[in-house]
Design a protein around this ligand. Sequence first.
Ligand code: SF4
Ligand code: F3S
Length: 423
Amino acid sequence: MDQRKEILNDGVWAALERNNVSRRDFLRFCSVMTGALALPTKYTQKIVTALEQTRRPALVWLEFQDCAGNSESALRSSHPTFADIVLDLLSWNYHETVMAASGQWAEKSLRDTLTQEKGQYIAVVEGSIPLAANGTYCTIGGRTAIDIAKEVCSNAYATIAAGTCASFGGIPAAAGGVTGAVSIGTAVPGLRLINLSACPMNGANLAATLVHWLTFKELPATDSLNRPLFAHGDRIHDDCPRRAHYDAGQFVQEWGDDGHKDGWCLYKMGCKGPATNYNCPRIQWNDGTNWPIGVGHGCVGCAQPGFWDTMTPFYSTLPTVNGFGVELSAEQIGLTLVGTVAGLSAVHAIGTGVKRSIEKRRGGINEHDQAATPDHLPVTTGQVSGNDSAVTTPTESEENGAMKEAPQVAQPRELPTQEGPTT
Ligand code: SF4
Ligand code: F3S
């Protein structure tokens, strides 16, 4: 067997060993993936075994109308080993932006994969696909994006849409666009499809999706938008560390005010967390360093379909967006709390409750981090969520806990009365 074939037939661990990744880093990665998939920690060993033994599948990555932000998200990491492992999960046979080969040699690699790995490789699509003017707004090597996508994705085992442009059309499909941009799911109907939306998608979610497939031999459960439930099953608003301030009616009123400095809720600064389903609060960015709300900026809803049209202006509350309509209640609670003597007592009580709630939330995260993951990537405990599509959960679903329906239309939680915050 020549060396290239030998490498292709390797399991992930063998490939990592060849690239001098330590066993310790490999185990840490598997632990992080268990957390990202919201699986109980006992599944870490199952993931380790699967990655050791499973042959690495081939991957073809297509870039169409995009900014390459999802490639950056998948490949850049402040923790180099993490990026190395993601690269070694699959055999990256074709990626126009990063592959060493170019021209006819790059095309040969694509053709070889399509014929030799037919029905077995994973296709990743980044960017939207233009359909106007017969697709000529995006051509590569003389072929239109739609032509390439049809051939590559139709012959893949599954297609992963990386980012909101590939998942829902994104910015190229926003109002005023002229290219007739659509998602890969619209351009090529009938695919086995996972939409990893967000702008960009979180690279850890791509890794977790691949790890799920390699471990359980099936793709993760999804919502009706084909987004994996482990990443999109919960609203940002419900996992947000500022949530206690929202419940207490404590809102940042302008950038840099005392509330902003104290980490109060960003709802009145336009935060779209109540209408956005994503695991940002848990998995965060840059290897778990931080995330938009963590650094004091509201969520702009980048994981939602049509966010560029439906979530703008980004710095205004939008009563017409699903999940909103609580602005008046929030105003009333804030005024009531600070306007009366009884309110002042309540403020003190709520303040204490807020503090306890925040400490409780922080404590909960820290406990789990210590138990299961390296401290650079916090995770949540939880269950594999339910499914309303053809894609299924791991077979040990009964061990994973109760199935859960993903909220299709995000709704804000009821605001509490003056008696105290919801914790
Ligand atoms: Fe967090 Fe935004 Fe919800 Fe406030 S509105 S609790 S900042 S997600
Ligand atoms: Fe996007 Fe909101 Fe997360 S803007 S990156 S979904 S906090």
